[in-house]
Design a protein around this ligand. Structure first.
Ligand code: SAH
Length: 456
């Protein structure tokens, strides 16, 4: 730890140059090695800041004036960008965002993974990076007795009424505003978080971009929903492609959106969507990637890295509803998928059937326990694909990969820091990180998704 005096005090006003961006999109300036984090400032900018917080190793500043502007700065098109917090990079041009995401991966591989020389390709971005989300989850409340639905103001639980979100598919915006109007018409009460009263907590809209199918989920505090029949009829009337209207009941005082009980109010339990040639049934609570166009790009890359010729045994760990597993099953002899959520495995099995695959097996459990068990049964994989949550892979799972010795490991990651940590373990276990391809799944946000190929 460097031993220097903290060069600033709270409320000081200083001019600084921004050198970098943090993983959450804040500008970084250095004063004699002391790091200052400055929200919304961009690399290359000279800014006058007020110091708002001082800690031993780093501090925070707020921009008072931008003295020199970055050529990458753009006006955020969303009118509520500064209040919402859902996007973090709307003030940065899309091209620069893609470069930022590539650099994030590079930097973290070097710093955490001690992998300075790995080939990190330029981020694969979208031609049109707006309106990409296929799922909207919108909180509902009341302000002065009127029902509102929109978003939580950044760092609070105050709901701001809103009718459109620029990263949301137009269909979902339409569904949410329409359901909001219908709820108002029939006097449905919005949920009051503090008093734990009222009825409607969230409206969730899901859209199958390839099929046009729409699902509406009404999340209510209790089982009762007054005027249910009229509400259902109006939704059918006003939303032409609705295939499924579902109620989910969440009686708890919690920030978690969904409750345990779900039942169909009208139509099917599922909507359908396709990725490439494969069809997926999606239920109200299934995990399904939210950017369908880029999901195809991501999975195609994973498939390319898997280099399947038809004879391979493949393991897909953290398989969700079996999306990647079925993609792989098109070119492999056999695919084993493992996932911790039982409902997801039920969906995965249904999806395998729906598409006529008989070369896949799915298991429920923790990948770090199921994989060693498979290994003990004599199962060996030629290719292992992992797509873990943000915290990355469990050590036991990495050890099993190293013991099983597949020719290739394809690592799909939503968190470069844990990716870098895990790559180091695999490198020490005999693998070489061949290349990394960042894919922009979440334009205008700081989320960085990537696919990595490792070879034995
Ligand atoms: N590959 C899928 C899902 C990836 S998300 C897709 O692309 O759609 C990561 C998944 O890992 C989630 O479905 C989550 O439920 C699952 N998961 C989390 N911890 C796990 C564990 N220890 N073992 C197995 N699966 C786990």
């Amino acid at each position: 730890m460097t031993n220097y005096e903290v060069p600033v005090k709270k409320n000081d006003i200083v001019d600084v140059m921004i050198e970098d961006l943090t993983h959450d999109g804040a500008g970084v300036a250095k004063i004699n090695g002391y790091a200052l984090f400055i929200p919304k400032a961009l690399p290359g900018e000279k800014v006058k800041v007020k110091i708002v917080k001082v800690k031993k190793g780093f501090g925070f500043g707020r921009v008072l004036e931008t003295l020199e502007e970055s050529p990458d700065r753009v006006d955020a098109p969303c009118p509520i960008y500064n209040q919402c917090g859902g996007c973090q990079l709307q003030h940065l041009s899309y091209e620069a965002q893609l470069r930022f995401k590539q650099k994030q991966v590079k930097d973290v591989l070097e710093r955490i993974g001690q992998l300075p020389d790995v080939l990190v390709h330029p981020t694969l971005g979208m031609d049109d990076p707006w309106r990409y989300r296929n799922k909207a989850q919108v909180p509902v409340g009341e302000i002065e007795g009127g029902l509102v639905a929109g978003f939580y103001q950044e760092r609070s639980h105050r709901i701001i009424d809103m009718d459109q979100c620029l990263i949301q598919h137009e269909k979902n915006d339409y569904v949410v505003t329409t359901v909001k109007e219908i709820a108002k018409k029939y006097g449905v009460r919005g949920y009051d978080e503090e008093k734990h009263r009222g009825t409607l907590r969230h409206v969730v809209a899901r859209y199958g971009k390839q099929t046009g199918d729409i699902m509406v989920v009404l999340i209510t505090r209790g089982p009762e929903l007054a005027n249910k029949k009229n509400i259902i009829e109006d939704i059918q009337q006003e939303i032409p492609n609705v295939k499924s209207i579902v109620q989910n009941i969440n009686p708890k005082r919690t920030n978690v959106i969904f409750g345990e009980k779900t039942h169909v109010l009208w139509g099917d339990e599922y909507i359908y969507d396709t990725i490439g040639d494969i069809r997926f049934a999606i239920s109200a609570r299934s995990f399904y990637q939210v950017n369908p166009d880029q999901t195809k790009v991501l999975y195609d890359k994973a498939l390319e890295y898997a280099q399947l010729s038809g004879g391979e045994t493949v393991i897909d760990a953290y398989c969700g509803i079996g999306t990647i597993s079925l993609f792989l099953a098109q070119g492999a002899k056999h695919v084993y998928g493992v996932e911790i959520v039982p409902e997801a495995i039920t969906d995965a099995k249904r999806n395998a059937k729906l598409n006529g695959f008989d070369n896949v097996d799915f298991a429920v459990g923790e990948a770090e326990n199921v994989m060693p068990w498979w290994y003990a049964q004599g199962i060996r994989a030629d290719v292992i694909v992992v797509d873990p949550p943000r915290k990355g892979c469990d050590d036991k799972l990495l050890e099993t990969i190293i013991a099983m010795k597949p020719e290739r490991v394809v690592y799909v990651s939503c968190n470069p820091a844990t990716l870098a940590r895990d790559l180091r373990v695999l490198e020490d276990g005999g693998y070489r990180t061949t290349e990394v391809q960042p894919v922009d799944m979440f334009p205008w946000t700081t989320h960085v998704e990537s696919v990595t190929l490792l070879t034995l």
